[in-house]
Design a protein around this ligand. Structure first.
Ligand code: ADP
Length: 256
């Protein structure tokens, strides 16, 4: 009888803990949802005035002739664009957390996208040259054009940002079997195996790159986007030598 009593007591104690835990879990979940809602709201509110600022700056940039003023204006516009990207990252992160990131799939020439993107980078005043090795054959895929462009921008910007002592970034396109693979290669700071395991986690920033600006969201968003396309994303890297970020997308994607 005594044994039975102890058993009942133990079960009751366990039940109390479980109940407590589940209440705690609900509480944490609701707080976390509130935080994501706040981030969504705040980034939306920040974006509205910024869009107006950018609009007026673009008008002024066309009107102003005096070289120094033109230069200052273009630098201001660059920073406004940077701010816009940061806010978009926050907005997208909160959409992912709420399961509300939407995708619009369409067919387009992927090779052409890579070509135009490298032209845009090479025509703007950046510290690095993008060296494309993408063939000359059209390569149609079905994907969310805007989001895939966002992925490419993330990888190219990172390759530039994290290779301060280099001046080249390699962009390669490969077609094999039923998939296309893109490789973005830099000769920069590189990552240890441990860091490579963590780079796709939300807010992760490698210790060795802390001096360089960032939120630790770009690769997390990149991973979500590639996953949603049934693709694969990965990294090969050697500390001090450079990194290769690559992703593949299915050529014929019946699921989308
Ligand atoms: P952010 O650049 O804003 O920090 P990301 O999610 O794009 O955010 O990258 C996460 C981290 O991964 C970076 O902080 C950096 O430590 C590392 N990383 C990303 N790309 C590279 C690269 N090409 N070379 C070296 N480290 C990189």
């Amino acid at each position: 009888k005594k044994e039975h009593e102890i058993m009942v007591r133990n079960i009751a104690a366990q039940a109390a803990i479980t109940l407590d835990n589940s209440q705690l879990f609900e509480k944490v979940k609701s707080l976390s949802e509130k935080k994501d809602e706040f981030i969504a709201l705040a980034s939306h509110e920040l974006k509205t005035p910024l869009t107006t600022i950018k609009g007026y700056l673009q008008i002024l940039e066309k009107k102003i002739e005096e070289p120094k003023s033109k230069l200052f204006l273009s630098k201001t516009l660059d920073q406004a664009n940077r701010l816009n990207i940061l806010i978009d990252d926050l907005l997208n992160m909160s959409r992912i957390e709420a399961g509300k990131l939407e995708f619009n799939y369409e067919e387009f020439d992927f090779r052409e996208m890579l070509f135009e993107l490298s032209e845009t980078y090479n025509y703007s005043e950046i510290s690095h040259r993008i060296l494309p090795d993408i063939g000359d054959k059209a390569l149609f895929i079905k994907a969310d054009k805007q989001r895939i462009e966002q992925v490419l921008n993330n990888l190219l910007n990172n390759a530039i940002k994290y290779s301060p002592n280099a001046d080249k970034v390699y962009l390669k396109l490969q077609e094999n079997h039923n998939k296309v693979t893109v490789i973005v290669k830099d000769e920069g700071l590189g990552l240890t195996p441990e860091q490579q395991k963590n780079v796709f986690n939300r807010f992760y920033r490698a210790e060795s790159t802390k001096g360089i600006n960032g939120l630790g969201l770009g690769l997390y968003l990149t991973k979500q986007i590639i996953d949603a396309h049934n693709g694969k994303l990965g990294v090969k890297s050697e500390e001090g030598k450079g990194s290769e970020f690559f992703f593949s997308l299915p050529l014929k994607n019946e699921i989308l």
